[in-house]
Ligand binder design. Structure first.
Ligand SMILES: *[C@@H]1O[C@H](CO)[C@@H](O)[C@H](O)[C@H]1NC(C)=O
Length: 346
């Protein structure tokens, strides 16, 4: 397993197309072709302050009373191996409902289960298309205002949110938040095939595993790199793949903490990853807050460290910033040198 992911990393940085050579070990993986929406494998669940246990929604019989009076609506989209009660739903949903913010949790677990990663990537655009159709129904029925609509996607779910932006025709989406958007198979240059800033009026991104499961590349209007996005504290031994899943999932924990502590995570501006890593870039007065209270005018890349235990937020912190790249993941030092020399996304 470790070898496979190491290879994914290696070729991920050179030729993403080769990755598709790693077909899944099992043949019963399920790839959508051109199915119509709605699709029985893509379900929508509404959670409100009054109904925190959730109700399944049907596009053809919407429970209007549950939406009224109109409230902000977060649409949470899980990633690979996820479902409606998995990261980032479990971290975020109760906090939003407490604030009387409605949540729709997507569930497309039958289209994104292990080990069927490349099928999950293939399915992402179909899931995005069905979400777009569903949201258009909500908008048309005036159950949410476009300006109150906010999509939050994790891993592959971040790219699903990007596809929603491509498919929704009447409106430009207001806001997409990407929690560690997935990297494997998304290193394509074509912006139509992954999340990018044209998918919504405002796209903010939280990076927590740029060396393995998440994109290093900036794909939003503003991109935050926590602990450089390289490793996260208390995730276990660096030679295990599970440790990277922990780095990846941590994006949801940081975002959740930002809901209860909206001014906790301040990053400082740095033009690119490489100048942060090499120490060229020093903290200036250009700060932006990450998470729930992010400013829609924020632009560029911002870097911040966290505490090693919750509460993770350090407020404005300029001391002892960790700019170490080596020894924090199982990627060896030679590869890191090569990566810094050759990676133009950095
Ligand atoms: C739902 O997914 C399963 C595989 O997980 C597949 O067999 C079935 O055909 C799918 N149904 C639709 C409507 O796509």
């Amino acid at each position: 397993m470790k070898k496979l992911w190491c290879l994914l990393f290696l070729i991920g940085f050179s030729s993403p197309l080769l990755v598709s050579g790693f077909e899944d070990e099992e043949s019963n993986c399920f790839a959508l072709r051109d199915e119509i929406c709605p699709n029985a494998n893509i379900t929508f669940w509404l959670y409100t302050k009054a109904k925190p246990e959730g109700i399944e929604l049907s596009q053809f019989n919407l429970p209007k009373d549950e939406f009224l009076p109109l409230k902000p609506l977060k649409v949470i989209i899980h990633g690979f191996k996820g479902h409606r009660n998995y990261t980032p739903n479990i971290q975020l949903r109760p906090l939003f409902n407490n604030l009387d913010i409605n949540v729709i949790s997507l569930d497309y677990h039958k289209l994104a289960y292990e080990p069927c990663y490349s099928e999950a990537v293939n399915n992402a655009k179909f899931v995005g298309r069905c979400i777009a159709q569903f949201l258009e129904t909500l908008l048309k029925n005036k159950l949410v205002k476009n300006k109150d609509l906010h999509l939050i996607g994790f891993g592959i779910g971040a790219h699903v949110a990007g596809f929603v932006g491509n498919f929704i025709s009447q409106h430009k989406l207001e806001h997409i938040t990407a929690l560690d958007p997935a990297k494997p198979l998304f290193l394509v240059k074509d912006r139509a095939q992954k999340l990018d800033p044209t998918d919504a009026k405002f796209v903010d991104v939280v990076h927590t595993d740029v060396m393995m499961l998440g994109l290093l590349e900036a794909v939003g209007h503003v991109d935050f790199y926590l602990n450089m996005g390289v490793s996260q504290p208390n995730c276990g031994p660096i030679n295990l793949m599970e440790t990277h899943f922990c780095y990846h999932n941590r994006a949801a924990d940081y975002y959740a903490e930002s809901i209860s502590n909206p001014s906790g995570f301040y990053g400082f501006y740095c033009p690119d990853f490489k100048s942060f890593a090499t120490g060229v870039c020093v903290p200036s007065k250009d700060f932006e807050v990450m998470g729930f209270e992010v400013h829609p005018e924020a632009r560029g890349r911002y870097f911040l460290d966290t505490n090693s235990m919750p509460p993770y937020a350090m407020g404005y912190n300029l001391k002892n910033l960790n700019r170490q790249l080596k020894g924090r993941t199982f990627i060896n030092d030679d590869m890191i040198d090569k990566f810094l020399e050759t990676n133009d996304e950095a």
